[in-house]
Design a protein around this ligand. Structure first.
Ligand SMILES: [Zn+2]
Length: 279
């Protein structure tokens, strides 16, 4: 599932392609993409819009139009935005939408599992949209301080990993980067979020930023479906310290990495570097 680094990688390659271009023709083949709005109506409303910028908020791609409207794309499990359009996309049953740009090229939205969403927002609706989803601060922004993270974890009895996944403390972290961040911070994923002391919160903040920055530098992790917008694969999977590495030695202490479940998700950690009972 694409997380912040994967979405940021897609954003950075789409921005130069889309910025300044007009959407000439929009075809949405799958009503699930826009529901409850009818796909034809959303497609028609997007035609003629000119792109001012392509941004990211958490795991959302935010296409900013000169009109002040926005298109929010959430890739969920298996969504991909591809440009240039891959060969044979006209006959690919997993292509859910195609946008023809005014330079004659196509942007293709492909999604095998069909959980991705497209939301077209009117001018002024963006902040409320994110607020209603209780989307936390951007973890790579200046405002993401240890104090800020500490405030959003305070009093929470949920495991710290679950708190990282729910997007309220910080936007854009998913299963991979939560595990990696906790390993860097030497914090057990099952520790109740509200029990972290100030030093641990500071380590966690640093671990989150380190894991996400590394992910962006490696252009994301390609495990199954994720590709960059140009079809390229990321290499963050080569940097995993714990994620998916059950039984392999910890790069710091050599102990075998263990797997457990937190918040219903597979969770990997080092039992020695990340002990549950802290000394
Ligand atoms: Zn270790």
């Amino acid at each position: 599932m694409p997380e912040l680094p994967e979405v940021e990688t897609i954003r950075s390659s789409l921005a130069p392609v889309l910025t300044g271009r007009k959407l000439e023709r929009v075809t949405i083949r799958d009503p699930r993409l826009t529901r409850p709005e009818p796909p034809e109506a959303v497609a028609a409303s997007l035609e003629g819009e000119r792109v001012a910028d392509v941004r990211r908020r958490g795991k959302y791609l935010v296409v900013v139009f000169e009109s002040g409207r926005h298109l929010l794309v959430h890739l969920r499990m298996t969504g991909n935005v591809l440009h240039p359009a891959p060969e044979g996309h006209e006959n690919d049953p997993h292509v859910r939408a195609v946008v023809r740009l005014d330079d004659g090229s196509d942007v293709v939205y492909r999604d095998v599992r069909r959980f991705g969403t497209w939301d077209a927002l009117e001018p002024g609706e963006l902040d409320e949209y994110f607020a209603s989803r209780r989307l936390g601060v951007e973890p790579l922004a200046r405002g993401f301080t240890a104090a800020c993270l500490g405030r959003s974890l305070a009093g929470r009895r949920a495991p710290v990993k679950a708190a990282l996944l729910d997007q309220k403390a910080a936007a854009g972290i998913g299963n991979i980067y939560a595990d990696e961040a906790l390993w860097y911070a030497r914090i057990n994923p099952l520790v109740p979020a509200g029990e972290l002391d100030a030093e641990e919160v500071a380590s966690l903040r640093a671990g989150i930023r380190k894991a996400l920055r590394l992910g962006i530098r490696r252009q994301g992790a390609t495990l199954r479906d994720y590709r960059g917008a140009d079809g390229s694969r990321g290499s963050m999977q080569d940097e995993f310290r714990v994620y998916g590495r059950e039984g392999e030695p910890c790069g710091r202490c050599g102990a075998p990495i263990v797997k457990t479940r937190v918040a219903g998700r597979g969770t990997w950690y080092c039992p020695v570097c990340q002990p549950l009972r802290r000394p």
